[in-house]
Design a protein around this ligand. Sequence first.
Ligand code: CTP
Ligand code: CA
Length: 231
Amino acid sequence: RGYADRPLDLAGRSVLVSAGGTREFLDPVRFLGNRSSGRQGFALAETAVARGASVTVVAANVRLPVPAGVEVVPVETTGQLYEQMTTRAVDADAVVMAAAPADFRPANPLDTKIKKAPGRAAPELELVENPDILAELVTQRTSKSPFIVGFAAETGDDEASVLEHARAKLARKGCDLLVVNDVSAGRAFDSADNEAVILGADGAAEHIPFGPKAALAHAIWDAVVQRLEAT
Ligand code: CTP
Ligand code: CA
């Protein structure tokens, strides 16, 4: 099925998507960041609009054109992303956490620039853990609304395969779907294409072959719509 002839199967639905990568400031000019471009989140937003949804994207440091018909709320830090997502999720039918929030932030950010000086030792960086937005969205929801989708970039290791790690993460987070990327070879970041497995809390596993992020986005909405309509 082509993109153009998708039904308006998200008409009347309100969806909330997070996109991009957060920045955690050390001082007014420096931050810890990550490589997430926001492409997958924006592809989710654009395809949801095409399928008739009312769409809000909370965008962390995304430098991409805003898709037509999408409301964009810009944020920088994980704290700001947390505020926006937990407030706005209340009114959404589906929430997708496609953003990459930093797991940790500097414990003691300065409001003036860190200075070097001859003979002065390099600063030590102490980190504290950020709140887990996805887990909080699951905790705060009433009954099963909104429907919640998480993402996971995983690598296989000595302990478990990519899919084993992902199954455990899905159970731990308590969301309804987990979209898993294998990033072993540094793939997926900042590219126009993606490959993934969509895992369901209901036990489903669907492999989406390497292709445009819009195709993965449509496959995710297919999985969401199917389950929204079943409830
Ligand atoms: N996530 C979140 N809040 C965080 C960290 C992650 O909401 N502070 C979300 C991400 O947006 C993603 C999902 O949780 O949808 C999984 O992120 P991931 O980094 O894979 O999971 P973590 O629980 O942070 O585990 P890991 O130690 O593997 O990074
Ligand atoms: Ca993480």
